[in-house]
Design a protein around this ligand. Structure first.
Ligand code: NIG
Length: 389
């Protein structure tokens, strides 16, 4: 982070993505041979190479992008589920039931252990180019444990999401409505001061549309913004519910029908795709091409969690989106920068333009195409700016 009062220039940028078509070429607003001056973590100017500042970061002719915005993670958890992954690769389908396994491990971890695990995943995400991250609770599933997870998340990001309605905990098995009462009452009262958003897992086997609606309505009444997990494991009512409720984002959207796409296209709800999840659970990839062509606003995020998507790599998600979801590389880059910002209803991140946050990624590559063209290669040379905000 730049100390207050000093300016930093990222100089000798071969190819700069600003995400502002008024500043540069094409939808990504690309500028060649550029430099960016940052003052107090805010972009002061975008200009040709050689702008002056107190401190200089040499991009060495490489490509520079806005820092990645990872708008969907479940980063606060303990334990792993490598065995579940292995049996999935041998043919066992994913059904979300492992959430209880992670809940048990998370409840058993001390505060210090949970903090250390979260910190190390955050450091990994930052090294991978993420400068803003959303973190959900959802592996506590009791009043005290949900609040503990949110408190730990809030030590690192203002984008915290209360996901008490992730799954009914084992001790209330078969009593989903009773658990929803708890989520909408005592748990929400305790969680709301530590959360910006509320979310629910609207899916067969998790929560019904009616139960999810109750959770969203209660969250809205408590002043939280709305997001929803929907249409992950099969078609369902979640996308239409998210649009009707004015959610900022509906996440997964692996199964979208014509009505879902029409509703999303006529709304401000962002469809957030999580391709690393479809990869790790052997689900089909969503038809993102069709959604984009219909005018749906999209984002792409990692969904980092120990069950369905244990990765912090936005680059990996970009490669999947281009290879398997029919997006152009430009559309995929937009989805992990300005798209992620829209999914969080943020105008200050996801672009490198005067007044925006000075969060940037310097690639070890001349162009952003390499993020899809050279999958699995660590191409993030440097991440500039906070992950914590
Ligand atoms: O987004 N879908 C619900 N929650 C996570 C998975 C959590 C888990 O399996 O632990 C997801 O995929």
């Amino acid at each position: 982070m730049t100390p207050t009062g000093t300016t930093t220039v990222i100089d000798d940028i071969g190819l700069l993505v600003t995400n502002d078509p008024e500043i540069g070429e094409g939808p990504l607003g690309v500028v060649r041979d550029a430099s960016v001056v940052i003052a107090d973590d805010t972009v002061e100017s975008v200009g040709p190479r050689g702008q002056a500042a107190d401190r200089r970061i040499d991009a060495g002719g490489a490509c520079v992008l806005p820092g990645f915005v990872d708008s969907h993670t479940h980063l606060v958890f303990a334990g792993d589920r490598a065995e579940e992954f292995t049996s999935r690769m041998a043919g066992k389908p994913y059904d979300g039931g492992g959430i209880r396994v992670t809940t048990e491990a998370t409840r058993a971890a001390s505060d210090a252990q949970l903090r250390a695990l979260t910190r190390s995943r955050l450091a990994e995400a930052h090294r991978a180019g993420t400068t803003t991250i959303e973190i959900k609770s959802g592996y506590g599933l009791s009043v005290d444990h949900e609040v503990r997870c949110l408190r730990i998340a809030a030590e690192h990001t203002s984008e915290t999401t209360f996901l008490g309605a992730h799954l009914v905990p084992a001790e209330l098995d078969g009593r989903a409505d009773e658990y929803v009462d708890l989520v909408c009452g005592e748990m929400l009262d305790a969680a709301a001061p530590h959360a910006r958003w509320i979310d629910a897992f609207c899916e067969t086997g998790a929560f019904s549309a009616e139960q999810s609606r109750r959770v969203l309505e209660a969250g809205k009444a408590a002043g939280l913004g709305l997001r929803l997990h929907a249409n992950q494991l099969g078609p369902g009512p979640g996308v239409l519910l998210a649009v009707e409720m004015g959610c900022a984002s509906v996440d997964h959207c692996t199964h979208l029908d014509d009505d879902d796409i029409a509703a999303l296209a006529g709304s401000d709800t962002v469809a957030t795709f999580l391709p690393a999840t479809d990869f790790s659970t052997r689900q089909p990839y969503p038809d993102a091409r069709r959604a984009l062509d219909a005018g749906v606003k999209i984002a792409i995020a990692t969904n980092c969690n120990p069950g369905s998507s244990y990765t912090t790599s936005i680059s990996f998600c970009v490669a999947l989106a281009v290879r398997d979801m029919g997006l152009t590389i430009e559309e995929a880059i937009a989805a992990v920068t300005s798209g992620g910002a829209s999914a969080l209803r943020r105008a200050d991140i996801g672009r490198l333009t005067p007044g925006a946050a000075g969060h940037a990624v310097v690639l070890d590559a001349p162009t952003y195409h390499d993020l899809a063209y050279r999958p699995g290669v660590p191409l993030i040379a440097r991440t500039i700016g906070p992950l914590a905000d």
